[in-house]
Design a protein around this ligand. Structure first.
Ligand SMILES: [Zn+2]
Length: 147
């Protein structure tokens, strides 16, 4: 059979049949299974319920999983807390930005010394329109006389 580009890694491989569009590399098989499962969850209510029950059962047998996960990944836990704060603001829609800036204002503003006001620090840039991952950004102030 003629080689074709893999839908996962774009590297040519020889498929076992006409339907195979992913090569056998573990990463590509993982992508294939993720797509399959997402489609299955969306179209098969019984499968979805079975997955939900299995996950609940697994979590009952591993009650410390999320606690340990947060302990092992403090940066991800911190990121999730920040994103949850923003998600909690969502019901009021267009007020999100003003609320966020209010929070930043409370945390960062110093009315007595406005010239030393600084936004330096780590932030999460969270898209509110498109469904995209948040991006961690670092803001550092540069003194005016160094420009
Ligand atoms: Zn591949």
């Amino acid at each position: 059979m003629e080689s074709v580009p893999c839908a996962g890694c774009s590297i040519f491989f020889v498929p076992r049949n006409k339907c195979q569009i992913f090569c056998s590399k573990p990463d590509c098989q993982r992508v294939r299974k993720t797509i399959w499962q997402k489609q299955k969850l969306a179209t098969d209510p019984e499968y979805k319920e079975g997955q939900r029950l299995a996950q609940n059962k697994w979590l009952q047998n591993n009650p410390d999983y999320w606690k340990n996960y947060r302990h092992r990944n403090p940066e991800k836990a911190d990121r999730n807390r920040s994103l949850q704060k923003i998600r909690n603001m969502k019901p009021r829609g267009d007020q999100v930005i003003s609320k966020v800036s209010k929070i930043i204002g409370i945390a960062k503003m110093d009315a007595r010394r406005p010239r030393e006001y600084s936004l330096s620090g780590q932030y999460w840039l969270v898209p509110t329109v498109a469904k995209m991952d948040a991006v961690k950004i670092f803001i550092t102030s540069v003194p005016v006389n160094s420009l």
